[in-house]
Design a protein around this ligand. Structure first.
Ligand code: ADP
Ligand code: MG
Length: 209
């Protein structure tokens, strides 16, 4: 496959099967795609069609049975696990349907988790956390526990966390799946803003057209 600089991400013939024999599930079956820099890409498919599996593979959260993923020209599965994890933390921010916030940490600490893992300086972490919380209108929530937040607020916190290492790509798996219609619409506007104003590449999967 030819790679050029307009492509932030390229996927060549990815395969991920679960189970075996009669229980074999072809979750991702020779899928290829290329994504241009700067785009907001939405992958839509019915439940069970393999969207989450695909997103986990292209985000390096799981390894494929076959096939390759290049991010900015780098063959990500050629990296060993610890290097892949580091690459992922720097290049990709993830947002999930279930938020995955830690109740034992404050909202502000949740936002800083990716930087804590990279042993950044506390001062830098706090500055970035406050800047993002301000931008996304959640500054007032940073001392709270995630338990005290609405779904829409939780997802904005997850977005701040996804952005804190200033990644080039945001990957979102059914991010509006647990939100009401109004919060969903507002969240999609936020993603649009992250794409247009912050110039992030967005790859979002959903079953909801
Ligand atoms: P989607 O996100 O589009 O709903 P998934 O990627 O979650 O689809 O799942 C695709 C298929 O793979 C489904 O049939 C699902 O049951 C199966 N599957 C997903 N994860 C696993 C797993 N860890 N073990 C076995 N089967 C799985
Ligand atoms: Mg899914």
């Amino acid at each position: 496959m030819k790679l050029d600089n307009d492509r932030i991400l390229a996927v060549d013939s990815l395969v991920k099967y679960y189970g075996a024999g009669e229980n074999l599930v072809r979750a991702v079956d020779h899928t290829s795609l290329e994504i241009e820099r700067g785009k907001f890409t939405v992958i839509v498919g019915r439940s069970g069609s393999g969207k989450s599996t695909l997103l986990h593979l292209i985000g390096g959260l799981d390894r494929p049975d076959e096939g390759k993923v290049w991010i900015e020209g780098k063959d990500i599965f050629a990296l060993k696990d610890d290097r892949l994890a580091e690459f992922r933390r720097k290049k990709i921010g993830f947002v999930f349907q279930d938020f995955y916030l830690m109740d034992s940490l404050s909202v502000g600490e949740n936002i800083m988790v990716p930087m804590i893992l990279d042993k950044a300086s506390p001062k830098e972490m706090r500055e970035k956390m406050h800047a993002l919380a301000n931008r996304f209108g959640v500054e007032k929530l940073i001392e709270k526990s995630p338990r005290e937040l609405s779904g829409g607020e939780k997802q904005r916190i997850a977005i701040c966390r996804a952005l804190i290492n200033d990644p080039e790509i945001i990957m979102a798996d059914e991010p509006t799946g647990n939100l009401d219609v109004k919060s969903s619409r507002r969240l999609m506007e936020t993603f649009d803003d992250i794409n247009k104003e912050m110039k992030k590449n967005i790859i979002l999967v959903t079953h909801d057209p």
